[in-house]
Design a protein. Structure first.
Length: 144
């Protein structure tokens, strides 16, 4: 038994915890950037450092997971579709918030977030009902 197989689980827990901490720090810095632009310029170098730490932790987690022998099931179409809609909508909402066209207010951002939440619920319901028809393409190769 190698040292990696012996300590894999504790290392994975530590890396996962550090990943969540760095995500929280990046979210906090993004919030400060939206609310206090003067302060955010002074914290830019800290954000860049946390970003590189985050990328390094993702690489370590990916390497550890690749060597993990336990099989994880793929996410359901409902879960992956809903997450995709939520992330895309959140990115668009923050782009709308930063946009000068909409005045940078919270009104348009709130509308986008509400529409995103509604669309994610619709995607969840649709994908849950049609989960047998969603997935990789299946071709008839027998010629019949």
């Amino acid at each position: 038994m190698s040292w990696l197989s012996r300590y894999r689980t504790p290392i994975q827990h530590i890396v996962r915890s550090l990943l969540f901490m760095s995500i929280g720090a990046l979210i906090l810095l993004a919030y400060i950037d939206f609310t206090q632009p003067v302060v955010s310029r002074q914290l830019r170098h800290i954000g860049e450092g946390i970003y590189w730490i985050f990328l390094t932790l993702i690489l370590i987690k990916s390497w550890l997971d690749r060597h993990d022998q336990t099989a994880r099931p793929d996410p359901s179409p409902a879960m992956s579709g809903t997450i995709t809609v939520l992330l895309t909508g959140a990115a668009f909402a923050f782009a709308v918030k930063k946009s000068a066209v909409f005045g940078g207010g919270f009104g348009p951002m709130t509308i986008v977030l509400a529409c995103t939440l509604g669309a994610s619920i619709l995607v969840w319901v649709f994908a849950s009902r049609h989960k047998g028809n969603i997935g990789e393409a299946r071709f008839n190769t027998t010629g019949a």
